[in-house]
Design a protein around this ligand. Structure first.
Ligand SMILES: Nc1ncnc2c1ncn2[C@@H]1O[C@H](COP(=O)(O)OP(=O)(O)OP(=O)(O)O)[C@@H](O)[C@H]1O
Length: 298
């Protein structure tokens, strides 16, 4: 388990992470989303022990991560721009990692080299951005980390490789109880992968929810009334966002269809349709309900 307790990190006048508290359960996949400069990369660097927080602490399995080689050995962090030396190839880096990482899995490494479309003997720095990310991920997962921290891992990956990466991550979470934390702007990828999502803005944790809880909790409803009900009706059926065009209402409703549909039907609408919301729409609604202009945050 990763316990993040009231961490704050400043760079000069900028507070990159501001009194951030969060627990990340073992064997779970947490997505971190937020605005540019929101503090995602800084948070990941603190979680992986690259940076020390100015205040607060990060504990992994009950031990402080910073300056703690035994705990750091259980984590693998892939930054948004993975670093490789001029001569590094997958093969010669694997040779190094075999002696550095006690849980190195040679079979997994060979298998990844055969399924990812990159040459294990080619210099990694000569590869494209997406190929460098693939190389970083092959090496990371072959070390069998208990905690895998990924910054914008999907950036630059083509759709086929994205699907492959998601499958490998999911397989490792279920087979090896690996914990994954991913910072990304790509809500669609996170939606398929994560158990929980947290939203960070100006260094603060604004929202943290289970994906299933988020998705089950909200519905997007379009309804055309013959006679428009008064405002108290919308409060009664738990509308958190309302956009009106004449007699047609687009509503975001908190609750299940069993709860709100009978009440809407009582108004004898001309037309009614309830559709599931994408994660992006849900976040925008939740943020709006919390008083933030989410269009500028996500
Ligand atoms: N090494 C550093 N030195 C000075 N300021 C920094 C440093 N790293 C981050 N910052 C500042 O901290 C804030 C948070 O940056 P961070 O990279 O964590 O955001 P982010 O959410 O990952 O952004 P993005 O989505 O654009 O990648 C920004 O204002 C950034 O300029």
């Amino acid at each position: 388990m990763i316990e993040v307790n009231h961490i704050t990190k400043r760079f000069g006048k900028v507070t990159a992470v501001d009194d951030f508290t969060l627990d990340i359960n073992r064997g779970s996949v947490l997505g971190i989303v937020g605005s540019n400069g929101g503090g995602k990369s800084t948070l990941l660097r603190i979680l992986s022990g690259v940076f020390d927080a100015d205040s607060g602490e990060v504990k992994i399995n009950g031990q402080n991560i910073y300056n703690n080689p035994s705990v750091k050995g259980e984590c693998f962090f892939i930054p948004d721009f993975p670093y490789f030396s001029n001569s590094a190839t997958l093969e010669n880096t694997a040779y190094l990692y075999r002696s550095l990482y006690p849980n190195w899995n040679e079979n997994a490494f060979r298998q990844f080299c055969s399924v990812f479309p990159i040459d294990p003997d080619a210099k990694i720095i000569d590869m494209s951005k997406g190929m460098q990310r693939q190389a970083a991920l092959i090496l990371a997962i072959s070390t069998c980390p208990r905690y895998l921290l990924l910054d914008e891992i999907f950036d630059g990956l083509d759709p086929v490789v994205r699907r492959l990466v998601k499958k490998i991550l999911i397989d490792n979470v279920s087979a090896n109880d690996m914990t994954v934390v991913i910072a990304s702007h790509n809500l669609r990828e996170l939606e398929e992968l994560c158990d929980r999502i947290c939203l960070i803005h100006k260094g603060k944790l604004l929202l943290e929810r289970e994906i299933d809880e988020i998705k089950l909790g909200l519905r997007k409803v379009q309804v055309a009334f013959t006679e428009v009900p008064d405002n108290s009706f919308f409060e009664e059926i738990n509308v958190i966002n309302l956009w009106r065009n004449g007699n047609i209402f687009n509503l975001t409703i908190r609750g299940t269809e069993d709860e709100f549909m009978p009440k809407l039907e009582e108004c004898k609408p001309l037309y009614i349709s309830a559709v599931p919301m994408t994660l992006e729409e849900i976040f925008i609604s939740e943020m709006g309900a919390a008083g933030y202009d989410a269009e500028n945050i996500i």
